[in-house]
Design a protein around this ligand. Structure first.
Ligand code: ADP
Length: 305
């Protein structure tokens, strides 16, 4: 399998903040590869470096076979959709697209087939100023603009942040279809639930990659039991649950608390008994399969130092 991105020991600091700390990974041709991590994890900095918008302090990468110093070669081969709105708000939909095509020395007509499926949804609004589009529409136009020069590697920085849930789903479906055309896609997101849409993910926190694998492999590797607990009185439950012996960690998770315990020590009966003793009613206690967020919390805990 051909590697389209090979990053080796990339480090970048801003004053005393280490935004990227010795980051290495590879992305294969035609792969949909996700960087999953919270705000400030280093995702945007990494994408800026790989698209040659910013220099690394140390380390290097090969992007479609070119070293980072070969800026011109890389820029013509990558599509980059930055996290913040990247379009010209006063230009219309069509003008934005034509502008991006021109910058890369091509025309919309020449590469229309690549964006056709996405652009047909925008066509009825082609004369509307892009600043007046909805979040989902802006995101589709930004994707068209990032694709119009027929890149071989696509970098999408948090494309679904601030987008409504329906448009988020639609966007991931578009990415799956683009991937089928052989495009290599690197996408970052703070939403852990989007990990399952990727072939492989890198979990990233404070500039360090905590793990890289297919999402299903990461969750299978989880070494503990996760017990989800709910009660009528959640504030009291938060306090009482700390009395559970052998709990490795406790954190909130939607309407449940998640308790992680070593498999040999885990017991839902023990927790149920404790909750009864503390006067809790309408409780629910169940062992569940670990999700990416459970894995992330666990890896973060074990990488504190
Ligand atoms: P993410 O995209 O995951 O939210 P970023 O790459 O934007 O993370 O930021 C990583 C860290 O680097 C953060 O602590 C952020 O404040 C810092 N940082 C990013 N860009 C700059 C900059 N231009 N100047 C100073 N600090 C920065």
């Amino acid at each position: 399998m051909k590697e389209r991105v090979i990053a080796t020991n990339i480090t970048k600091s801003f004053h005393s903040t280490k935004a990227l700390d010795d980051v290495s990974f590879t992305v294969n041709e035609g792969e949909l590869f996700g960087f999953i991590g919270p705000d400030g994890a280093g995702k945007s900095t990494l994408f800026r470096i790989l698209t040659t918008v910013m220099n690394a302090d140390s380390g290097d990468a090969l992007v479609d076979g070119f070293h980072l110093k070969d800026e011109i070669a890389i820029r013509s081969r990558v599509g980059y959709m930055p996290g913040k709105f990247s379009l010209y708000p006063d230009l219309s939909v069509q003008e934005n697209l034509e502008f991006f095509a021109k910058v890369f020395g091509t025309t919309v007509q020449e590469n229309y087939s690549i964006i056709k499926e996405i652009y047909v949804q925008l066509e009825p609004f082609k004369d509307r100023r892009s600043g007046k589009l909805s979040g989902g529409m802006k995101q589709k136009l930004a994707l068209c603009c990032a694709l119009i020069h027929k890149p071989r590697v696509l970098f999408l920085d948090e494309p679904t942040t601030g987008v409504d849930p329906v448009s988020r789903v639609e966007f991931w479906e578009m990415l799956s279809r683009l991937k089928q055309s052989g495009l290599t896609i690197l996408v970052s997101t703070p939403y852990m639930d989007e990990a399952s849409r990727c072939d492989r993910v890198a979990l990233i926190q404070k500039g360090k990659i905590l793990d890289i694998d297919p999402p299903g492999v990461i969750t299978k590797k989880f070494p503990l039991h996760v017990i989800a607990v709910k009660s009528e009185n959640m504030p009291k439950l938060r306090k009482d649950i700390l009395k559970v012996e052998d709990a490795e960690s406790v954190y909130g998770f939607g309407e449940f608390l998640h308790i992680t315990m070593k498999k040999e020590n885990s017991s839902t009966e023990k927790i149920e008994t404790l909750l009864k003793q503390q006067g809790h009613q309408h409780t629910e206690v169940k062992i569940i399969e670990a999700g990416i967020e459970d894995c992330f919390m666990h890896l973060m805990e074990h990488n504190k130092n």
